[in-house]
Design a protein around this ligand. Structure first.
Ligand code: F6R
Length: 630
């Protein structure tokens, strides 16, 4: 998730672009850069300045090498392909063309090989540079305009993009295009803007056009011309996004305050991030799930086939919410790849003199990639001879750097301290790793792999449907937790719903300060049942899976003791649904995939409980987003 900005007008635009990027810094700040066309000397000069780190570094670089000109593009990077470095920073310059991009081009490896075979040289590890080469190639083959060249190039790429392009040969134009990644155009008086998000535009205009997938636009100071690519390219050499129709899109007047706009109208980052989950999952699956082959793209996992076959045991290590994701991961690895697997809290593993070594695959899961205990556990595991695969969200962070291989979640930056979208994208990464291992070890039938992957790519749709019930969840939060001033809450689940019960309890404690316990439902009789009375809400995670009947009995036991049950059940459930006081409904998904949907109402329940109580949702007391001390 990067931020892009663009400007065409009369003003010298360097500082305007940097100010726009400042409003988008929440989207990533690994590096930043500008490309500006300057016509002052008669001959147009395309100047590029890039710097690693936050925008302050770009400010410094621009003081050393100022850029002037009234047409330009800018970028603040959240690394997905290639570590944060100046060479990987945008804009990418090829010939007369400079490109900034937010998104992931799925077929970048194939295209890179094809362009390399044509003699083209690359100076970065990014997928974006491929787009710059393709546009340059179209121009060298006689494309009639920059717009036509971008259109032709986009016919060759598959994936997600919001891009902005300038070319020295067309100094009055910026071309932008969108597919899956966000992009808005700002309409001013004698000037036109584009940006990944509205806050970057608000200082200049409140009239914005929200572009749609397939939109390709030519921005000039006098206005914007939009065409819609009907057939997006499929990436093949003969494909081209040439079937286009002109479209009219009316600007909308935005009346959000700048702070609201940064959260896209949501009250808190946490709520925005909860709602971003379907898209975050799509981004994490993009380019990894190979439906035609019923497999997962091994190039993205980074382990060799021989390494996969040699593994004798998997040990999953993490802290907090990431630890909960590893419990689901353990279940998948055992049931799908049939390798013995265990979960470990990083803070325990690192000091336990654990038996680890050759034949062990340690999977270290971390949103930040910097958690001190997880990092220490990774180093210890490698010192003892284990192979380590990191699953992390921050590219180039310490844990993936210290590991043998890394599989990145593409959730984008998570700002709310309570982890939400990173949890579900970790689930997606763990499931993909289990499927990849299962196929390599021949424990997973191709037909079952295909079925799982097909159902996995449908998950974002089910998540969207679940999130539509946010208002209903808010009412339950008020009625069952806030109005009753609940002090304690119990969360129960079995199988894949057990880590979801743990995660639901953690979310509630950390942001609403209600004491909560997550328990394996089968353990209830071994202690927690003594706590149950009419005051305590008990959240039962009971989707339609092989544990359903057993958990239904647990619900009966709770009701027999006057416990107040809030049940997460499948739409249409009539058994548990009829005995629980309140139900939070999720759509039907494959029984291996229930955690992706059952966690959503629990995140919302905690969010609304906290919001109604008036706590600081995004920065709860005593907590830090990244825990770099043990
Ligand atoms: C809870 C939460 C924490 C983190 C934990 C590990 O909402 O965010 O429990 O999951 O601090 O952090 P990472 O995943 O960055 O290693």
């Amino acid at each position: 998730m990067c931020g892009i900005v663009a400007y065409v007008g009369q003003q010298s635009c360097a500082s305007l672009l940097v100010e726009g990027l400042r409003k988008l810094e929440y989207r990533g700040y690994d590096s930043a850069g500008l490309a500006i066309l300057d016509k002052a000397s008669g001959e147009t000069v395309l100047g590029v300045v890039r710097a690693v780190g936050k925008l302050a570094k770009l400010d410094e670089a621009l003081r050393e090498k100022p850029l002037s000109g009234t047409v330009g593009i800018g970028h603040t990077r959240w690394a997905t392909h290639g570590r944060p470095s100046e060479a990987n920073a945008h804009p990418h310059l090829v010939g007369d063309v400079a490109v900034v991009h937010n998104g992931i081009l799925e077929n970048h490896l194939e295209l890179r090989a094809e362009l390399t075979a044509m003699g083209r040289k690359f100076s970065s590890e990014t997928d974006t540079e491929i787009a710059a080469h393709l546009i340059d190639l179209e121009l060298s083959r006689g494309a009639s305009s920059l717009l036509a060249a971008v259109r032709g190039a986009l016919g060759r790429v598959r994936g997600a993009y919001a891009i902005a392009v300038v070319c020295r040969k067309e100094p009055d134009v910026v071309v932008v295009a969108k597919s899956f990644s966000p992009l808005v155009v700002g309409v001013g008086e004698g000037e036109t803007f584009a940006a990944s998000d509205v806050p970057a535009l608000l200082a200049h205009t409140r009239d914005v056009i929200f572009l749609e997938d397939g939109d390709l636009c030519e921005l000039r100071a006098t206005g914007v011309k939009i065409e819609r690519m009907i057939a997006l390219g499929d990436g093949s050499p003969t494909s081209a996004a040439t079937r286009v129709v002109p479209v009219e899109r009316k600007p909308r007047r935005i009346d959000w305050s700048p702070a609201q706009a940064e959260k896209q109208g949501y009250k808190h980052f946490m709520l925005k991030e909860i709602h971003e989950q379907p898209t975050a999952i799509e981004n994490t699956l993009r380019g990894r799930v190979l439906l035609e082959e019923g497999d997962v793209n091994g190039a993205e996992i980074g382990l060799t086939e021989a390494q996969a076959r040699a593994i004798k045991r998997v040990v999953l290590v993490a802290c907090g919410t990431s630890h909960h994701a590893t419990i689901a991961g353990r279940n998948w690895i055992e049931s799908i790849a049939r390798v013995p697997a265990s979960v470990e809290l990083a803070s325990e593993l690192r000091y336990r003199d654990a038996i680890l070594g050759e034949g062990d695959l340690v999977i270290a899961v971390s949103q930040s990639g910097e958690t001190a205990d997880t990092l220490a556990a990774v180093r210890e595991a490698r010192r003892r001879g284990a192979l380590v695969l990191a699953i992390a969200n921050v590219v180039g962070s310490a844990i993936p750097r210290a590991s043998d291989a890394a599989l990145y979640t593409h959730a984008g930056p998570e700002i709310g301290v309570a982890s939400t979208k990173c949890f579900t994208t970790q689930l997606a990464a763990l499931l993909m790793a289990a499927i990849w291992l299962g196929r390599r070890r021949e424990t997973l039938e191709p037909a079952r792999a295909l079925e799982l992957l097909k159902r996995l790519v449908e998950v974002p749709t089910a998540m969207r449907e679940t999130l539509e019930q946010a208002d209903a969840v808010a009412k339950v939060a008020r009625r069952q937790i806030v109005s009753t001033d609940a002090r304690d809450c119990l969360f129960l689940g079995r199988g894949l719903s057990y880590p979801i019960a743990l995660e639901g309890a953690l979310k509630l404690k950390e942001i609403s300060y209600v004491h909560a316990e997550g328990y394996a439902a089968g353990e209830m009789k071994h202690g927690p049942i003594a706590l149950i009375d009419a005051q305590m809400p008990i959240v039962v995670v009971a989707p339609d899976d092989s544990h359903y009947e057993k958990i239904a009995s647990n619900v009966q036991e709770v009701r027999a003791r006057d416990g107040r049950v809030i049940a997460v059940v499948r739409k249409g459930d009539s058994l548990i649904g009829s005995i629980a006081q309140d139900v939070l409904v999720v759509p039907f998904v494959h029984q291996e995939l229930t955690p992706f949907v059952t966690v959503l109402p629990l995140q919302l329940l905690s969010y609304y409980a906290a919001d109604f109580k008036g706590t600081d949702v995004d920065q709860p007391r005593n907590l830090a987003k990244t825990v770099t001390v043990e």
